[in-house]
Design a protein around this ligand. Structure first.
Ligand SMILES: Cc1cc2nc3c(=O)[nH]c(=O)nc-3n(C[C@H](O)[C@H](O)[C@H](O)COP(=O)(O)O)c2cc1C
Length: 400
């Protein structure tokens, strides 16, 4: 008779990916745009320290949020960019610190598409759109044809710079997620219409990245289980996407949900009790043998253990908990059930809570989070002002 696994073993078990790489435990630091690059797409000391903190804290895999494949379609000017203009030495300085204690460190390769940072970009999504305050141009067939090559080029730079894998960003309303979403994608060619057509660019990107980085380098992807937007990607569609991903060489599928589209719900702003996406993840597990990560709303060790025990996922993604407690994995892995709540804010503006957490990330990167006492509105203001101050630097670097 097989003995039930001890709960510590559930968290500590290494995870072997299809490419053969091993992640030392079942806890992943989900991508969180830290806005700590130097305003020219390269890392800073503070940013390296942030990822070192998480590696010291015992995380198995850490993903750097919003690392851009194209400086013209950034999420914000604190993003990293992986292009010919990247400073490989600075990137290596980041990856070597972020990978201590045998932690994996992957960049989340992204393109903000229709949600690109307006002061520096002319947003462009799968289709030209104008909904309320939101406006973007539509991509041409030539624009789309370039994408697999751009993702692959950035992945090759990531590998050269010492990242131990890459994650393709197809979640939360940015470009590849816009392709999946019928709300953004009104195309009538091979890239629009059925779920298969809306997924086509993602499948092409995975194939080109794989042929560039080789068979043993991990490639992950993040997708939404739903956009939580009327007319957006539904759970039924997302399950079909999972089945399609199952036919690719992807190594790790991360499931989250919500969107940063104006007026939409994002999980990182959510105050409701989690975990949020377990039911979907259980269904997705039935459709694929590729390792799955579920992210959203995990605050307690018991929630993580429960999700792993029912085989809802192979690993658990954590966002805000790892900002509030960067060393939480060590404690949970040792069996301590430290619990706390997400802070509650009264009527926060959209994106405000996420901005507050980003400013707390800055404090962690300077090892002074204990002194962090910014209220919501001043935090939002500091966040926005810091980005504004970077605009001319970004323009000069990328000759805009
Ligand atoms: C400050 C902050 C920044 C985030 N930036 C990103 C990002 O760059 N890419 C991404 O895919 N998700 C991003 N997210 C979403 C998280 O990865 C995660 O999916 C979401 O916060 C739900 O997980 P949680 O409940 O554990 O925080 C961000 C979340 C926060 C709090």
């Amino acid at each position: 008779m097989t003995q039930p696994l001890h709960t510590e073993n559930l968290l500590n078990r290494p995870l072997e990916l299809p490419c053969g790489a091993i992640i030392k435990n079942r806890l992943m630091k989900s991508a969180m745009s830290d806005s700590l690059a130097d305003g020219e797409g390269n890392p800073t000391q503070a940013q390296s320290r942030l990822y070192e903190r998480w590696a010291e804290g015992g995380i198995g895999l850490s993903v750097v949020g919003e690392v851009q494949i194209d400086a013209l379609f950034l999420e914000n000017p604190g993003n990293l960019v992986l292009s010919e203009q990247s400073d490989i030495k600075e990137l290596q300085a980041l990856t070597s610190r972020a990978a201590i204690n045998n932690a994996h460190i992957w960049p989340q390769l992204g393109h903000a598409g229709g949600l690109a940072y307006q002061p520096l970009s002319k947003p462009k999504g799968p289709s030209a759109l104008c909904i309320g305050d939101f406006e973007c141009e539509g991509m041409s067939e030539q624009d789309i044809a370039l994408l697999p090559h751009q993702f692959a080029k950035s992945a090759a730079i990531a590998k050269q710079a010492g990242f131990t894998g890459v994650q393709i960003h197809a979640g939360h309303g940015f470009l590849l997620s816009q392709f999946l979403s019928p709300l953004f994608n009104h195309r009538t060619d091979l890239y629009g219409g059925s779920v298969e057509n809306r997924s086509r660019i993602i499948i092409e990107v995975i194939a080109e990245v794989r042929s560039t980085v080789g068979g043993t380098f991990p490639i992950g992807i993040k997708i939404n289980c739903s956009d939580q937007l009327e007319g957006g990607l539904t759970q039924e569609d997302a399950l079909e996407v999972i089945s399609l991903l199952n036919t690719t060489s992807i190594d790790l599928i991360e499931i989250s949900g919500g969107s940063y589209f104006p007026g939409a719900k994002s999980s990182s702003d959510s105050a409701s009790n989690g975990p949020y996406f377990i039911d979907f993840s259980v269904k997705a597990k039935g459709l694929t043998n590729i390792p799955l990560v579920v992210t959203g709303g995990f605050k307690k060790r018991e929630q993580v253990i429960d999700a792993l025990s029912i085989n809802a996922a192979d690993s658990i993604g954590l966002g805000r908990t790892l900002i509030l407690r960067p060393d939480l994995p060590n404690e949970w892995l040792e069996g301590e059930g430290v619990t706390f709540d997400f802070p509650k804010f009264k009527s926060p503006p959209q994106g405000g809570v996420t901005a507050w957490y980003t400013m707390l990330l800055t404090a962690i990167s300077h090892d002074n989070e204990k002194e962090f006492n910014l209220e919501l509105l001043p935090a939002i203001q500091s966040y926005e002002n810091r980005d504004k101050a970077r605009i001319t630097k970004w323009q000069a670097k990328y000759q805009m």
